[in-house]
Write a protein that binds this ligand. Sequence first.
Ligand SMILES: [Zn+2]
Length: 147
Amino acid sequence: MDLFKKYITMFRQDMRQVMSTRCGLDELNNLLMLIGFLNIVAAMMTHKWILTLLGAAFVVLCYVRVFSKDLVRRKKENELYMRYLGGVVRTVQLYELRLKMKLRTMKDKQYAYFVCGSCGQVIRIPKGKGKVSIRCPKCSQTFVHKT
Ligand SMILES: [Zn+2]
């Protein structure tokens, strides 16, 4: 068991080392993965082979970018994507984070977790204080939440 754990840690360290020189999962790769996944789901429902092919193509493209060593080019692609669709990406990320923090609040008995609407900072507040006005420590935005 210990040997297994050791092996997993070693593998993780190796992966981290490898991935530090690769592109990894940037925003554009997340989108490619999502499109690929949606196409494959659609293919399973409609039994259309062209959707399977399209889905596989997007997943392959994503993996090519994830393991790419040409970081300069990959960064440029991602910047171009973020320039046009950055607003949408950030909105989705904010919703994702809010959902995560809601789940975390449900699990945590002591604290409630909120996400600042203007900068995305996570704020932890003790539970059971009723309605409180929260001031974001990062951007000073204030908002009212029930704890
Ligand atoms: Zn903030």
